[in-house]
Write a protein that binds this ligand. Structure first.
Ligand SMILES: Cc1ncc(C[n+]2csc(CCOP(=O)(O)OP(=O)(O)O)c2C)c(N)n1
Ligand SMILES: [Mg+2]
Length: 426
């Protein structure tokens, strides 16, 4: 059986039906859902081109393991459940605080929040090792937090302070941390996908060419539905499939690209189908359900680590706020917003943890209190941190700034009050 969207999604649906209400379908994507199980390419084609197949016995074995897990109510352990809850709650509390700080004038430029999409970040990133890499978009604060960048460093970056993870020079859309292998938020949509593909190529090169057999590092490339119509996505799908790179393309399909509906902008709105078209598995998953996201993520990350190649995962999710904090969010249908608000991924996880006796209300309250303090502390830290000096402006911009940023007197040109005058005349 080919490891296509159909094959990978079947076991997940068996867990889904036995653990939660089947009433999860979206009236907004109803037309998509009826098509979701279509076999996108012939299994022979997939087999020939990429070897992206699961042996039948492997699929059957895995289904059995999954159904045992469901019977035992072990979709995740208590420790895993609490870790994921904490991470999702951190994402939400951090973003809510960002909104407050933005409207109080503590942040500059555009700020795009992640509220509603937490199941995707936590569902994938909490399964990674430190050496694995993450590439994000301009909606990047929460990916950085999930990957372990301290809340202080992210908040200070948003405040434009020297203690931020990019010394205050990147701001909201450009989170980066070499230490945590967060390879950047990218404001130009699609720009991060080739960077992620390069990182995955580097892992494979180390393993196969530089003789580092233990290098099983995986890269996650996160991007949106609107971005999935950009050419770089297709170029990278091709290269990743061709070279069987250890990468997972994670599409966060929140149905909107600023004010453009995905259904209006895309010839075939089922993004996951593009995986099999390029010779890699494509999967659609409910991105409001962290347990389902985790199941898909585990399988895709495992495949990549074993050297079996890339996977494309489309997570159907929703953003609870406007495109950015400057967006009054007047275009989306209130019924659509209400539909997804009722499926809040944090509330769903909380319910699951309590009902399955993995946690008590008190356990979760304690986590919430701890995280509220972390976020408060991050704000205080960012607020009292020092601003970067003006001379930092041109650091890390040019390898040799002489002739660009440094004048004949050896000083940064930006420190000369007449620095911009000449430019205007040119
Ligand atoms: C190359 C490029 N073209 C256009 C834009 C303007 N732009 C900013 S956000 C955006 C929509 C992206 O939507 P999506 O990928 O769905 O991400 P979401 O905001 O929903 O997370 C566009 C077109 C850009 N930033 N970069
Ligand atoms: Mg979108």
């Amino acid at each position: 059986m080919a490891f296509t969207g159909t094959a990978i999604i079947q076991p997940l649906h068996s867990t889904a039906t036995s653990t939660r209400s089947p009433a999860t379908s979206s009236p907004f994507l109803g037309s998509l859902r009826s098509l979701r199980f279509a076999q996108p390419v012939s299994s022979g084609a997939v087999q020939r081109r990429s070897g992206a197949v699961f042996a039948v016995s492997e699929v059957v074995k895995e289904k059995k393991q999954k159904s045992n897990a469901v019977t035992n109510n072990l979709l995740l352990t208590k420790e895993e459940g609490l870790e994921v809850y904490e991470d999702m709650y951190l994402g939400r509390a951090f973003e809510d605080m960002c909104a407050q700080m933005y409207y109080r004038g503590k942040m500059f430029g555009f700020v795009h929040l992640y509220n509603g999409q937490e199941a995707v970040s936590s569902g994938f990133i909490k399964l990674l090792k430190k050496e694995d890499s993450v590439v994000s978009t301009y909606r990047d604060h929460v990916h950085a937090l999930s990957k372990g960048v301290p809340a202080r460093a992210v908040m200070a970056e948003l405040f434009g302070k020297k203690t931020g993870c990019c010394r205050g020079q990147g701001g909201s859309m450009h989170m980066f941390s070499a230490e945590h292998n967060v390879l950047g938020g990218f404001a130009f949509i699609g720009e991060g996908i080739p960077v992620a593909t390069g990182a995955a190529f580097a892992s494979k090169y180390r393993r196969e060419v530089l003789n580092q057999p233990d290098c099983d590092h995986v890269t996650l490339a996160f991007f949106g539905d609107g971005t999935a119509n950009n050419g770089q996505f297709f170029e990278c799908l091709n290269m990743a499939a061709l070279w069987k790179l250890p990468i997972i393309f994670v599409v966060e399909n929140n149905l909107w690209a600023i004010g453009m509906s995905h259904l209006r902008a895309t010839s075939d709105p089922e993004i996951w189908k593009k995986g099999p078209a390029f010779g890699m598995p494509g999967v659609h998953v409910d991105g409001m359900d962290v347990l389902k996201v985790r199941e898909v993520a585990k399988e895709a990350i495992g495949r990549a680590r074993r050297g079996e190649g890339p996977t494309l995962v489309e997570c159907e999710t929703y953003r609870f706020r406007g495109h950015s904090l400057a967006d009054p969010d007047e275009l989306r249908d209130p019924a659509e917003k209400a539909h997804y608000a009722a499926r809040d991924p944090i509330t769903q996880l909380k319910k699951y943890l309590i009902e399955s006796k993995l946690a008590t209300e008190a356990d979760l309250k304690a986590i919430e209190k701890k995280i509220d303090e972390v976020v408060e502390d991050a704000v205080e830290f960012a607020d009292v941190s020092e601003a970067p000096s003006r001379s930092q402006l041109l650091e890390n911009v040019f390898a040799d700034p002489r002739g660009f940023g440094i004048g004949p007197d050896g000083r940064y040109r930006c420190e000369d009050p007449k620095f911009t005058e000449g430019t205007a005349q040119v």
